[in-house]
Unconditional design. Structure first.
Ligand SMILES: Cc1cc2nc3c(=O)[nH]c(=O)nc-3n(C[C@H](O)[C@H](O)[C@H](O)COP(=O)(O)OP(=O)(O)OC[C@H]3O[C@@H](n4cnc5c(N)ncnc54)[C@H](O)[C@@H]3O)c2cc1C
Length: 372
């Protein structure tokens, strides 16, 4: 089998982005994924992902996400697809909650456009929300939704157009590295390359078992519901509300054929990504619909569909982006903790930098493995 310059293990959001960057830099790339193209078993499927700048989690992410906005626009231009819709975003909770205080800190530190609304201001501007008097909202005009499946498809197509060889339905069983490069053995073949990029999402702890990463796959789920009066929910912003410590509900405004999307962003129970229950039970859906009705009365009239998905959680919920401590020709990005999608092209760029140069000029120091 031909020797490649670089093998990318995992072709979800991050691996497809890395393949796109590496091929654009002229490398001969082989991409491998255990599942079918466009599968629904990892972290990158569904109709929507938030993209937002006033990053409540940490201001360190703002420079990266601002670069990602530009790269998504560039991918739109290169692929001729519409990938982002700007809707504005409303981040709600008590004034000192992690969501509102954190988003405000990032917005002020980076000079991002934003507006702070009291509970009365939220109700006046967006009467569809039912919020308590203690609730505040930080309104961010540049927030929007990405179409994840179209984004991954576009990144894969761009990589293929530039010469990448992509193989789906082929699981990597083991990899090894020595001074000369890497060898990757799949359930079908053995491949060699100078470098290896690992972007195995919720499977990363398995693929990088030698590092004993403190990373867990967690099962989460979301609903799409049809409201009785759809137009009431069509001009809402994206929203996120601090409901209880560490428990954040979120939603995406009404779109024809998708209804209103509603989910819960939080650490869940650790699971094995190969055996996890995929179906969402009637009890789980009923509990979410009840919460939806408390926050957005009238929005959950009819359940359209419910879907599960996997988070790859780190203890501090920050990503891990680094070179392998013992094999400099092996680099990896994982632990995206339920908030990585928006960064995919910039993570792909950072992985390409690390694989090719051993370092990156991007501000990714805070994501290094050594911190955990
Ligand atoms: C419900 C939900 C909502 C989310 N909302 C947002 C949001 O609004 N905004 C945001 O920014 N982020 C969000 N995220 C997080 C974001 O979607 C993820 O961080 C991102 O998709 C992770 O991509 P990935 O490439 O790391 O993982 P994946 O997409 O899972 O890709 C990993 C790939 O590796 C492959 N693989 C694994 N093991 C092997 C092996 N041994 N051999 C070959 N291939 C292998 C898998 O088949 C898979 O295709 C959300 C996630 C979920 C689940």
């Amino acid at each position: 089998m031909a020797n490649f310059d670089c093998i990318v293990l995992g072709l979800g959001a991050m691996g497809s982005a890395a393949a796109d960057h590496l091929t654009r830099r002229g490398l001969r790339v082989l991409g491998l994924d255990a599942h079918a193209r466009g599968h629904q078993l990892g972290a990158s499927h569904g109709k929507s992902r938030f993209i937002r700048e006033a990053y409540f989690e940490k201001p360190d992410y703002v420079t990266l996400v601002r670069r990602a906005y530009g790269q998504w626009r560039d991918l739109e231009a290169r692929s001729g697809s519409n990938l982002i819709e700007i809707t504005g975003g409303l981040w709600m909770g008590p004034l000192d909650s992690p969501i509102v205080a954190g988003a405000r800190l990032s917005a002020e530190r980076h000079g991002l456009p934003h507006e702070l609304l009291s509970a009365a201001g939220i109700r006046h501007r967006y009467p569809e929300f039912q919020v308590s008097d203690e609730t505040w909202g930080l309104l961010e005009p540049n927030a929007g939704v990405l179409k994840p499946e179209e984004c991954v498809r576009a990144q894969l197509e761009q990589a293929e157009r530039a010469g990448a060889r992509l193989r789906f339905g082929e699981r990597v069983l083991r990899w090894s590295a020595d001074g000369a490069g890497v060898a990757v053995e799949t359930d079908q073949m053995r491949f060699t390359a100078d470098r290896l990029v690992i972007a195995a999402g919720p499977w990363s702890a398995k693929v990088l078992a030698d590092l004993a990463l403190p990373m867990e796959a967690h099962r989460v789920y979301y609903l799409h519901c049809e409201p009785a009066e759809p137009t009431r929910f069509a001009r809402s912003p994206l929203w996120l509300i601090d409901w209880a410590p560490g428990v954040y509900y979120y939603g995406v405004p009404y779109r024809a054929s998708e209804g209103v999307k509603f989910g819960l962003h939080r650490a869940a129970m650790a699971c094995d990504p190969d055996t996890v229950e995929r179906a969402v039970s009637d009890e789980e859906a009923a509990e979410f619909r009840a919460a939806m009705e408390r926050i957005l009365p009238g929005s959950a009239t009819r359940l359209l569909w419910a879907e599960s998905c996997l988070y790859a959680m780190t203890p501090d919920t920050d990503f891990i982006l680094d070179r392998h401590p013992r094999h400099p020709q092996v680099v990896f990005g994982c632990g995206f903790s339920g908030h990585g999608f928006k960064f995919a092209p910039v993570i792909g760029e950072a992985l390409a930098d690390l694989a090719m140069e051993g370092r990156s000029a991007l501000p990714i120091e805070f994501l290094r493995l050594a911190r955990i």
